[in-house]
Design a protein around this ligand. Structure first.
Ligand code: SAH
Ligand code: SF4
Ligand code: F3S
Length: 438
């Protein structure tokens, strides 16, 4: 592989933060002569890892391990591993030892060093293990991947909430917010390159610049940027969601009427031990307030089942909350003990089969609710922004409604990136089918 002309592929695990990091890394590699290609023929393969649950880590071990066999056919393949998993104490060194064919390992805090590390590996044949212990300053000059209809925009990094189950604060560092000016400049540049939708990212966007409604203020400003038709954001922490934010969502015509508001549990005792700093009653009240202001808001959530000490009564309270609130959809996880987090050492860890059973019960409940919600949309006309053409059905395009639902309908690719009124005609699984309203 030459240092000025090479192909690469980035395999991404985990959340939208990682997806955004992967797109920044791709833009950095493009600047030094890289060209994106497929996982099977790229000369440089990078794994951007996640460690939020054990399952995510197992996948990385499996996939990196499987490369060993391919090395006889791809002897010059360069392999790099980065992301949250590598940022955990001691993991990078262990990984380098376990997989001697991995050429470099990099943490989350020094991602901007990627081009330098790649050149070091390629030119000097070195093995590099570069992980910073703590976060540095926010780096503003990183290149952008432009020209996509929908683009992620970081507004903050890290997290200071320390929910007792969660590893993110340990691998993403303290909470740091970008300046409003830098965000606006980035969104303007994206808009000029053809982006129509931005998704603002932060672990807790409601505490942007320390809270005090600074996030609401940011939304009002971004709402004015020409060419940006849709603004979404994630994630909101229920303890910090304010009336000012709810009003901003209502007032700003480009802000989608959709909110991801992870509740995690319906039991106050579990919420207390999770260090979530709200009660189920407060959560329900905030949802009521929101629905009073924006009646058709599409609410989604995250829930962990089988947190240490979760009794069947605690779990029933989660089911009751889900049944009452009626989320559009939910992301449900079995509690996974993460090394170094307080909850991993809590007593009364729950057996795997109970976790599995609770997960299945919750999924079944939500499936019914999601299905009922989807069916309630039949006959309604939604504003859909088509983002791609369907691979399997000629003539079909795929987009998302304002509320975040995926909609398939017949239409020309000229419509990509515009907003189209689509009348929903049917539902299959989690997908809505529709026709353009003339
Ligand atoms: N900052 C976001 C979530 C980040 S992690 C928030 O506060 O909502 C995404 C989701 O993964 C969490 O909402 C939680 O439901 C889940 N999660 C995090 N740690 C977990 C663990 N140890 N076991 C199981 N699920 C976990
Ligand atoms: Fe993790 Fe809690 Fe921070 Fe979300 S708010 S990233 S769940 S510590
Ligand atoms: Fe995201 Fe996983 Fe890291 S959920 S922040 S990629 S640990």
């Amino acid at each position: 592989m030459k240092d000025t002309d090479f192909t690469y592929n980035i395999v991404t695990y985990g959340c939208q933060m990682n997806e955004k990091d992967s797109s920044t890394m791709a833009a950095m590699l493009d600047q030094i002569g890289g060209r994106e290609s497929s996982r099977d023929d790229a000369q440089l393969l990078i794994f951007n890892t996640c460690c939020v649950r054990e399952h995510a880590e197992d996948k990385v071990f499996g996939n990196v391990g499987a490369l060993k066999k391919q090395l006889s056919e791809r002897p010059n393949l360069i392999i790099g591993v980065c992301g949250c998993m590598m940022q955990q104490k001691g993991v990078a060194e262990k990984f380098m030892k376990k997989f001697p064919f991995v050429n470099f390992v990099m943490g989350t805090h020094n991602m901007h060093q990627l081009p330098q590390i790649v050149l070091q590996v390629v030119k000097y044949g070195e093995r590099v293990c570069a992980v910073w212990d703590s976060e540095g300053e926010i780096i503003e000059e990183l290149p952008l991947r432009t020209g996509k209809i929908s683009s992620y925009v970081n507004i903050m990094f890290g997290c200071d909430n320390y929910c007792t189950y969660c590893i993110v604060p340990y691998v993403r560092g303290h909470e740091r917010s970008r300046s409003k000016d830098a965000i606006i400049r980035e969104v303007q540049a994206l808009s000029e390159s053809g982006t129509k939708e931005i998704i603002l990212l932060g672990q807790n966007v409601n505490s942007y610049q320390g809270g005090d409604d600074r996030f609401a203020d940011l939304l009002y400003s971004l709402n004015e940027i020409p060419g940006i038709d849709r603004i979404r954001f994630m994630t909101s922490h229920p303890k910090d969601i304010s009336l000012a934010l709810m009003n901003a969502m209502k007032d700003c015509d480009h802000v989608c009427k959709q909110l991801h508001l992870p509740v995690q549990s319906g039991s106050n005792e579990i919420l207390r031990r999770m260090n979530r700093r709200y009660t189920a009653e407060i959560y329900r009240e905030k949802v009521m307030e929101l629905r009073q202001l924006i009646p058709d808001i599409a609410l989604t959530t995250d829930i962990i089942v089988g947190f240490p000490g979760e009794t069947s009564d605690d779990f029933q309270q989660t089911l009751d909350l889900v049944n009452d609130i009626r989320f559009v959809t939910g992301y449900f996880f079995k509690y996974s003990p993460r090394p170094g987090t307080p909850a991993a050492k809590f007593e009364n860890q729950i057996d795997e089969d109970i976790k599995q059973e609770r997960l299945a019960t919750l999924l079944k409940l939500q499936d019914g609710i999601t299905n009922e919600y989807n069916r309630s949309l039949i006959g309604k006309t939604l504003h859909v922004m088509p983002e791609k053409t369907a691979d399997r059905h000629a003539g079909q395009i795929i987009g998302r409604s304002d509320g975040g639902r995926t909609v398939h309908f017949l239409g020309s690719s000229d419509l990509l990136g515009s907003t189209v009124p689509v009348t929903i005609t049917d539902v299959t699984g989690n997908t809505l089918l529709g026709v353009i309203r003339n």
